[in-house]
Design a binder for this molecule. Sequence first.
Ligand SMILES: [Zn+2]
Length: 162
Amino acid sequence: MIPLTEAGIRASFVNASLRERKAVTIPDLAEVSWDDLDYLGWRDPKFPQLGYAVTDVDGAPVGVLLRQADGRTRSRPQYSWCEDVLLPNDVVFFVAKRSGDAGRKGDTVGTLVCSQFECSANVRKRPPVAYIGFDVEAARLRRIETLNIRVRGFLADIRDGE
Ligand SMILES: [Zn+2]
């Protein structure tokens, strides 16, 4: 993905209030290896239930504020970013408000995501050889593409409320 700035990230959240945007803890961007990411995702050390995911859409950053669902939620995940990938980490259920009027009325979209947003690293690992002649590199590229499609589909769904 293209490198983002702190100001760009903070302004990118399509489903957060001004107060929420100001409260976001932005990670150390100097440590980020942008070429190896399909999206930048992180948990907020000040708000353990919150997570954020930002990527570039048509050259501009688009971010969402995600809330880890507790046991009381009745909604179901509509997305699963790393489906079909062998995961070395936990997956959690995050719910995100839709942007605009829909979100204000309580409309949400749910997705299963690696708990510390390890998705980009996971899809870049070489998958196991499924059969003789299996093209590992092609499979790896397909997984990266699939993750991109899923994250962007989720973001488009969130913005449907605009
Ligand atoms: Zn994942």
